[in-house]
Unconditional design. Structure first.
Length: 300
């Protein structure tokens, strides 16, 4: 999994996809083939129906670990897996031989999620059995359940449901995942090579149909945030850009260096990229504290 993502980053994006940015139906993986981006591969585990009313978050944990070499603490806030399975008091991950360092990518949909990585499946399932989890079959797959927690464990992936949620939202049928939704694919192309992405809820009838906040990093010290929003048309996109520029000017110097772009083509919208400030001890400020730009978009 780690090698596949590295090949994707170094292989580049096909020219055809660059020319058709923010249009539907174009995805390019290593060497210009049709394999999905790391983000689309991750949200391919989230069902369209399951995303309704729940925030979807993605994290490339393996990349964050690489950025944090040298004991950097800049990614402590936005570089941690947000899974309720890791933070919930009813499941002690270490007691079941589940080390967060085993997780390469994490995609979470409310109280359900999916991890790709390298796991000691035999050791984990042995601990689940002795810890009171019961084994059963769900859609032909072996799962483990206890007190509202459901787990499917394999050597390279773990799917889970929490607080009574089953695995239907994170093991979708073919053609029914967020990766099949053209709006999510358009946001993927807009966001770029983000190590973390937080999607807002989709509202097909709203001025902003779908938005996402991503985190970018050229290095451990050169980081930025990006917001991409798809709108109901070109005029709304232009109005959104004007509003973002106004906030940037009014809040100066908070968003100095920000760049606003109107997105055209089949998926009109707006993009704003904001560099983290040199003196910031933590990356991710437009997600965790300086949320004026998201608020401006929500008021369209």
């Amino acid at each position: 999994m780690r090698r596949a993502r590295e090949r994707f980053r170094t292989g580049g994006i096909a020219l055809a996809c660059l020319l058709s940015a923010l249009t539907t139906g174009c995805s390019s993986g290593p060497g210009g083939d049709d394999s999905p981006s790391p983000l689309m591969a991750a949200v391919g585990h989230i069902s369209v129906a399951g995303a309704t009313g729940a925030q979807v978050s993605y994290l490339d944990a393996d990349r964050v670990r690489s950025l944090e070499k040298g004991d950097s603490q800049r990614f402590r806030t936005v570089g941690q897996a947000g899974s309720p399975l890791l933070s919930g008091y009813r499941f002690n991950a270490h007691a079941y031989e589940l080390d967060p360092a085993m997780i390469d990518t994490d995609v979470t949909n409310g109280y359900a999620g999916h991890w790709d990585g390298s796991f000691d499946a035999d050791g984990i399932t042995a601990k689940l059995k002795t810890g009171g989890f019961t084994r059963s079959t769900w859609h032909g797959e072996t799962i483990w359940k206890k007190e509202g927690i459901t787990l499917r464990v394999a050597q390279d992936e773990i799917s889970f449901g929490f607080a009574g949620k089953d695995l239907s939202t994170v093991r979708p049928a073919k053609g029914k995942s967020l990766a099949d939704d053209p709006d999510y694919r358009a946001l993927d192309r807009c966001l770029g090579d983000a190590y973390r992405v937080d999607f807002g809820g989709k509202n097909a009838k709203g001025a902003v149909r779908l938005s996402a906040t991503g985190q970018l990093a050229k290095s451990a010290t050169e980081t930025s945030g990006v917001i991409c929003a798809l709108t109901d048309g070109k005029r709304t996109a232009e109005r959104a850009a004007d509003r973002l520029k106004s906030v940037i000017e009014q809040r100066a110097p908070r968003f100095d260096g920000a760049k606003v772009t109107v997105l055209t083509g089949d998926s009109p919208g707006v993009k704003v990229t904001v560099p983290d400030r040199p003196g910031d001890k933590r990356a991710g400020r437009i997600l965790t504290s300086n949320i004026d730009l998201q608020l401006a978009l929500s008021e369209l």
